[in-house]
Design a binder for this molecule. Structure first.
Ligand code: 7MK
Ligand code: ZN
Length: 876
């Protein structure tokens, strides 16, 4: 267990490493409680680091040091110094071989960083700073080394894997297996990986554009071997796509993927040996929902794309994390958009960004895409680094166009291949390749907070001139009181009264990207016959909030006519938001709630529209989530949000009952399951209709859900029906369905996780009592992050209603669990605590209860550095 050492690391303190490591030979003798690690490093004084021979400083955490030798001579313990988190060794030559022996305990490692055991299988997770839990090493991404790894293990572990190519295999006299791997590419320690277990694999091949053959292997426990096909197919699509869109080929002869049940995050891009959370790679139609099929496709691609954006060109230091993550998320988002529906992918991503990243940007942990400081880097794998980072790369793409962006990425990869670089290097390559100046644009990397654009307009009928006035501002964030104006690509179109796009320039372009660069700016459009209706921030061209006073009629018009599908959806969200805001106010004032007929009719026409992509219809029908409403509110009154939303949902369901039913029936079919975009779209709309119908709690609606539950031929339909029953059927019906489902799927880890999540996130079923009971279920495991995320995370993040019960019991429960988890897995504890860190935004009586829960975490004492950072910054 790590103690809270509230050190802070600053970007401004960056120094090049004193020593470089040209090669790293690792030797592992695997044993659950006492794995012996021997490392042999070729060390060389870094010529760029100045004069003299300072002591060699190595990182090391929770290691048992056995010996240190230099050039074959044992260094006596009196010569080196063991530090709380490392080792300091005196040096008297500029080049030498350092050999260190140490022991570690994989079985007791519940933090899931470094080397640990998961269901009897050894695996590693080193990003960001996990390698120091394996052996003493300069554990920083700008130290890149060629790794050779030998693994010695008993026969129960027939599969022994590491990065690169297998170069040797033997058996020892006592029958143990010895396998050696060599990775020809220099890499930082965070990309190291080792796996040992009794695993099966599926195998395929890929021929690169230049004709090289690559062997593809996906390893998993025997029982999951039937769940690999989708990931393998996704991998091959991603490999082809990266060749076609970025001109990037794979560079080793073998690419391996391993599925692991205990994993802190989604997956990891270790060179040639990606390791995945089982939930993010294993799928079959019977057991995985459409959402999970799509997530797997995206994550497999994301990790594969890192081979260039992350591995071949890596980060100089962890402040540059978004260099690889923002760029790679942009790459995987574009890949998903090309494989599926572009508009729907964009809508899903923006909905998430607006709900969760905007909230982060307005909360106590707000930080820029390139942070200036951190206590614990694990806390900075955030939505800001990933999703806002993606938006920043996307804006560069918008500013340069696809061809210009490609020139920039070609130059970036060519110029920096094999290097550890900065966000600045990325922007510079984009500038140099295109001859443009992104000087002001760089503020997106250094300033935190979500900019607000206030837009107003004016039409001068006499001259036919339409003027848009755009004012930008950005709220203060911790450590940043004042912000300078951003360079914002502001895409828009103007609609005439027939709903047609008006030409915006002499060439007749109907789509334009305005360059917003000042605090206040005006843009003029001449030669118009009538006042147009603006369609603003098309495609969400920048991660900002746009305020413009649309009338209800204008929103309905945009929902019907906008040629930009994203903005049609956005209009539906604005319309719903306005209606829900009014309902919240009425609720607070004790007035009768009423949903205007005009609102109901706009939903009806969306539902009846047969021309739109059904997935888009489903997105437009869905009311903004309670979390989204909370993010958009000035002050969060959870009770009012829930009351307003539940009321509106029920009113819509009752009023649109017949249309919903007709649409539901129209979309039922007997086709064999396929995760194609078209089929996913139909299931999505069908199940949206089912969920609405169930809200009415009418006997025929519940019967529909029961029938779907009984007959479902795939997990998407089965889970949707179960959710409908949990949320709206009588308790005995819900209970029976839960039992049937569990009896059928208890042997399947991924389905049991889904089963947990459906219960804990259900407003009606997921009471605190039921959630506590789930934690006693034999399949629940506090040491498994997926189980924790399903049960505790499902309740705290996806059960807005129950978590915010006015007695504050939900907050106390979360605090208790966070305290317990911190002893096992600090990274997970620090993530899980998030919902109670935003206490300042709540109405005082609730905010105070949240703050008290947070304080109880602090008072529990002896927090990990991870949890300490989040809690201390949130109590300020
Ligand atoms: C995604 C780091 C890894 C949070 C989201 C991922 C992580 C954390 C996958 C782990 C990744 N490098 O590929 O970004
Ligand atoms: Zn990543």
């Amino acid at each position: 267990m790590r103690d809270a050492q509230p050190r802070t690391v600053y970007l401004k303190d960056y120094r090049v490493p004193d020593y470089l490591v040209d090669s790293t030979r690792l030797h592992f003798e695997l044993q659950p409680k006492a794995t012996l690690v021997k490392s042999q490093l070729q060390v060389r004084r870094n010529p760029e680091a100045g004069e003299g021979l300072p002591p060699l400083q190595l990182d090391g955490v929770e290691l048992e040091l056995l010996s240190v030798s230099i050039d074959g001579e044992l260094v006596p313990a009196s010569r080196y110094r063991e530090l709380p988190e490392g080792l300091s060794i005196p040096v008297d030559k500029a080049e030498f071989t350092l050999e260190i022996h140490n022991r570690i305990n994989p079985e007791e490692n519940t933090s899931l960083e470094g080397l640990y055991l998961s269901n009897g299988m050894y695996c590693t997770q080193c990003e960001a700073e996990g390698f120091r839990k394996i052996t003493y090493y300069p554990d920083r991404p700008d130290v890149m080394s060629k790794f050779t790894t030998t693994i010695v293990a008993p026969r129960q572990y027939p599969v022994l894997l590491s990065n690169g190519n297998e170069i040797e295999r033997a058996t020892t006299e006592d029958g143990r297996q010895v396998v050696t791997w060599e990775d020809p590419f220099a890499k930082p320690a965070y990309l190291f990986a080792l796996v040992a277990g009794d695993l099966q694999h599926v195998e395929d091949r890929f021929t690169t554009a230049s004709g090289r053959e690559v062997k593809l292997q996906l390893f998993t426990e025997a029982k999951n071997i039937g769940k690999c096909e989708h990931a393998m197919r996704s991998l091959k699509k991603a490999m082809r796509w990266d060749e076609e869109v970025y001109g990037r080929e794979y560079d080793l002869d073998i690419f391996m993927v391993v599925a692991v049940d205990h994993f802190n995050m989604g997956a990891m891009e270790n060179k040639g040996l990606n390791i995945f959370n089982s939930a993010c790679v294993l799928a079959s139609p019977d057991t995985a929902t459409d959402a999970s099929f799509q997530r797997i496709e995206a994550i497999v691609a994301h990790e594969y794309f890192h081979n260039w954006s992350g591995n071949r060109v890596t980060c100089r230091d962890w402040f540059q994390l978004s260099l690889k993550e923002g760029f790679t998320v942009f790459r995987d988002a574009e890949f998903s958009a090309d494989m599926n529906s572009r508009a729907v992918k964009r809508i899903e991503d923006v909905a998430m960004l607006r709900t969760a990243q905007f909230a982060e940007d307005a909360g106590p942990m707000a930080h820029p895409v390139r942070p200036d400081s951190y206590m614990e880097i694990s806390n900075f794998y955030t939505l800001t680094i990933y999703e806002k980072g993606e938006e920043v790369v996307r804006m560069i793409h918008t500013l340069l166009g696809a061809a210009g962006f490609r020139k920039g990425s070609d130059l970036y990869f060519e110029r920096h291949d094999g290097q550890a670089v900065t966000c600045e290097d990325f922007v510079k390559a984009m500038e140099d390749a295109n001859g443009v100046d992104l000087g002001q644009f760089r503020r997106w990397y250094s300033q935190a907070g979500t900019p607000v654009l206030n837009v107003s307009d004016d039409f001068d009928a006499a001259s036919g001139t339409y003027t848009l006035t755009v004012k930008q501002s950005c709220p203060a964030t911790p450590g940043q009181e004042e912000k300078l104006p951003f360079h914002i690509p502001f895409a828009l179109g103007l609609l005439d009264s027939d709903g047609n796009d008006l030409p915006l320039d002499a060439e007749g372009n109907t789509h334009k990207v305005l360059q917003v660069t000042e605090a206040e700016q005006q843009f003029r459009f001449a030669g118009l016959q009538e006042k147009p209706l603006p369609s603003l921030l098309r495609g969400f061209s920048a991660p900002v909030r746009v305020c413009y006073e649309y009338s209800l009629e204008q929103l309905q018009f945009l929902m019907r006519c906008d040629s930009d599908e994203f903005n049609r959806w956005d209009a539906s969200q604005r319309l719903a938001f306005a209606a829900l805001e009014k309902l919240q106010a009425d609720f607070r004032n004790g007035d009768t709630l009423q949903l205007p007929a005009a609102v109901i009719e706009s939903y009806r026409s969306v539902l009846q529209n047969r021309e739109l992509d059904p997935a888009l219809v489903a997105e437009m029908l869905a009311l903004p989530s309670a979390q989204t409403l909370a993010e958009q509110a000035q002050t969060i009154d959870a009770e009012a949000i829930v009351a307003a939303r539940d009321f509106a949902r029920r009113e819509l369901a009752l009023a649109l009952k017949d249309d919903l039913h007709a649409c539901y029936l129209r979309l039922c079919n007997e086709r064999e399951y396929s995760p194609s975009a078209a089929d996913i779209a139909e299931r999505s709309l069908k199940n949206t209709c089912l969920a609405y119908l169930a809200v009415t709690q009418a006997a025929d609606a519940v019967a529909l859900a029961e029938a779907q539950f009984a007959a479902a031929a795939n997990m998407t339909d089965s889970a949707a029906a179960l959710a409908a029953l949990l949320n709206h059927a009588a308790d005995d019906v819900a209970q029976a369905a839960l039992q049937t489902f569990y009896d059928r799927w208890q042997g399947d880890t991924q389905v049991v996780e889904l089963w947990f999540g459906l219960q804990s996130s259900s407003a009606s079923w997921g009471t605190l009592g039921n959630v506590r009971a789930l934690m006693q279920h034999p399949a629940f495991e506090m040491k498994n992050p997926n189980k924790v995320r399903a049960v505790i995370g499902g309740f705290a993040n996806r059960n807005f209603t129950r978590f915010h019960d006015t007695d504050g019991s939900g907050f106390q429960f979360l605090a208790e669990q966070v305290i317990a988890l911190d002893k096992l897995n600090p990274q997970i504890a620090a993530r899980l605590v998030t919902p109670i860190t935003r206490w300042k935004k709540y109405i005082p009586e609730m905010g105070e209860k949240m703050r008290a829960a947070l304080q109880s975490v602090m008072d529990s004492g002896n927090l990990s550095r991870d949890l300490y950072e989040v809690v201390s910054k949130s109590l300020v």
